[in-house]
Design a protein around this ligand. Structure first.
Ligand SMILES: Nc1ncnc2c1ncn2[C@@H]1O[C@H](COP(=O)(O)OP(=O)(O)OP(=O)(O)O)[C@@H](O)[C@H]1O
Ligand SMILES: [Mg+2]
Length: 320
C-alpha cells in the first residue's frame, strides 16, 4: 500500500431517491463496488459517459460525500480516520468550470492563498505574498495578475489559477474532474501539458477524470473505464489503448476516431441510450448496448477477471 498514493477497495455510494408520488424511495447505486489504486507519481485516467459515477467517486475521495461502503486510503491512511483538513493537505481538487469554482468577488491572490489560510498555515501577509508569487510562476501566470479578479482573466488563465490554488499547499495528489472540458481545444492542450510538466517537477500523483478518451490518452499512465457505477476495464494506458478488451472500451475508442470530437458517441456503436441507474439492466449492465452480447450476458453479471495487472469485467473479452 505504501507505494500507492490512493487506494479504494470496493467503495459504494447509494443514494435513496424519490421514485415518484406514492412509490416511496428507490436506491440509486451511483458507485457500485469500485476498487482502484494509483501508484505514486502516476496519472490514472478515469473515463466513462455522463452519469456513470465519476464525480461521485471524486466526492468520496475528497471527503465531500460519505461512502456507503468499502474502504478508502489516501497516502496510506484510512479516510475514515481523517478530518477534512488532513484530507485537504494530501489531496486537492481542480474542477471543470473555472467560472463557477473561483469566487468572482475575490482577487486572484486571495483565491490562490485560500487553502493556506483555511489550514491556518499563513505566517503573515509577506509570507503569503511570497508563496502566491512562487506558485503563480510555477503554473505560468504573470504575478501582476494577482490583483485582478476572475472575470478579467481568460478561461485558460482561470484554470491556471485553479491549479495554483490546488498546488499552493504542495499536496501529494491532485484530483482533476474534467479540468479542460470547458476550454477551447488549443487551450486544453496547454493546460494538459502544464499538468504533465508539474507532475514531473513537483512529484505529483493525479486522478484525472474525463468523459473524453482522447484527452485521457494524451495524459494518463493508467486508465480505468467506468460504466454504470462499476469499473469494466482497467490497466496500463498504452496496453489498454493498443489492445482494448471490453466491448465498451472498444466503442469509446472508436468514437475517438470520429472526425468531429463534439459529435460524441456514434450511434452505430452504442445504439440505444445509456441505462437508468435506478433500474439497471439484468446480467451485464452493458449488454443492451453491446455488439458482442450472447444469451448469458442478459442473465449473469460478469465477475472481474485480472491478468498481469489488467482487469476486465466481461464474459467474452478480446485479447485477454
Ligand atoms: N446527490 C445526489 N443524489 C441523488 N443522485 C445523485 C446525486 N449525485 C449524483 N447522483 C446520481 O449518481 C449518478 C452518478 O453521477 P455522477 O455525477 O457521479 O456522474 P459523472 O460520471 O460525474 O457524470 P458527468 O460526466 O456528467 O459529470 C447519476 O445517475 C446521478 O444522477
Ligand atoms: Mg461529473
Amino acid at each position: 500500500m505504501a507505494d500507492h498514493a490512493l487506494e479504494t477497495k470496493d467503495i459504494t455510494k447509494t443514494y435513496q431517491i424519490n421514485a415518484g408520488m406514492f412509490r416511496g424511495k428507490k436506491a440509486l447505486k451511483a458507485v457500485n463496488g469500485v476498487s482502484l489504486s494509483i501508484p505514486k507519481g502516476s496519472i490514472l485516467g478515469l473515463v466513462g459517459e455522463s452519469g456513470c459515477g465519476k464525480t461521485t467517486i471524486a466526492k468520496m475521495i475528497l471527503g465531500l460525500e460519505r461512502k456507503t461502503g468499502g474502504q478508502l486510503y489516501i497516502g496510506g491512511k484510512n479516510i475514515d480516520a481523517m478530518g477534512h483538513k488532513q484530507i485537504a493537505k494530501i489531496i486537492q481538487p481542480v474542477f471543470q468550470d473555472p467560472y463557477s469554482s473561483l469566487n468572482p468577488r475575490k482577487s486572484i491572490s486571495t483565491i490562490i492563498s485560500l487553502p493556506l489560510r483555511a489550514q491556518g498555515l499563513s505566517k503573515g501577509t509577506a509570507d503569503l505574498e511570497k508563496k502566491v508569487d512562487e506558485i503563480m510562476e510555477i503554473v505560468g501566470l504573470a504575478t501582476r495578475l494577482k490583483h485582478n479578479y476572475p472575470n478579467q482573466l481568460s478561461g485558460g488563465q482561470r484554470q491556471r489559477v485553479a491549479v495554483a490554488r490546488a498546488l499552493i499547499m504542495r499536496p501529494e495528489i491532485v484530483l482533476c474532474d474534467e479540468p479542460t472540458s470547458a476550454l477551447d481545444v488549443s487551450v486544453q492542450a496547454q493546460i494538459l501539458n502544464m499538468l504533465m510538466d508539474l507532475r514531473n517537477r513537483l512529484n505529483l500523483t493525479y486522478l484525472f477524470i474525463s468523459h473524453d478518451l482522447a484527452v485521457v490518452e494524451h495524459i494518463a499512465t493508467h486508465v480505468a473505464v467506468m460504466y454504470l457505477g462499476r469499473i469494466v476495464e482497467r490497466g496500463k494506458a498504452r496496453e489498454l489503448f493498443d489492445n482494448p478488451s471490453h466491448p465498451y472500451t472498444q466503442a469509446l475508442l472508436a468514437s475517438v476516431l470520429t472526425p468531429d470530437p463534439n459529435m460524441g458517441l456514434p450511434e452505430i456503436h452504442l445504439g440505444i441510450e445509456y441505462p437508468n441507474p435506478i433500474d439497471p439492466p439484468s446480467g451485464c449492465a452493458f449488454h443492451p448496448r453491446c455488439v458482442k452480447k450472447q444469451a448469458k450476458c442478459a442473465v449473469v453479471a460478469p465477475e472481474p477477471m485480472v491478468k498481469s495487472g489488467k482487469l476486465v469485467e466481461c464474459h467474452y473479452p478480446d485479447n485477454f
